[in-house]
Design a protein. Sequence first.
Length: 198
Amino acid sequence: PKHLLATAMAVSPSAVADSSCAAFVSFDGGRTWARHNFDIAACADPWVALREDGTSLFAGLAMARDNEMQLARSVDGGRTWTPVPLDLGRAHDHETMIVDTTTGPHAGTIYLVSNGSWRGRSGRSSWSVFVTRSADGGKTFTPPVHVIPSNLNFNVLTPGVLSDGTVVVPYMDFQSNISDFRSRAGELERKRAWVVTS
């Protein structure tokens, strides 16, 4: 109960491109902290997961590499970190993770979700709910599943695991599918929240 793991993005006042990500760990309930800086240029959207056995996983986006998802793993609760040699592709946004803490058949599984860019047969890009999971503490991950619920732009939110092991991934649509999603063009009158479950 005194083992805490956190992450943050440090943004330079002059340029977001200079941002970096770090993880912070405490073993005394937050009285003292150790910091680890990740070597990810223009890092964004950091997230961490901590399993009961102390295995930890960090995920961050390398904006300088077209939002490539980068992972790091710790086997000592966040004291030291090693890169995970895994290619989860580029064009991700707002990745998050959750650990199944139930006593069911998927106990300890780490679920990693994000907005993933998906190009269909027509060649047009659309957003997907990107989901992959690891049952071995982040050493390996399953091939990702891309759920394409609509042709709208949306944000995937933080997932949850119910007591029976059901994985719930919420998302919120907000705009027509336009390439410049940072503009207000095509914005919906009202944002809508949805979930996909497994």
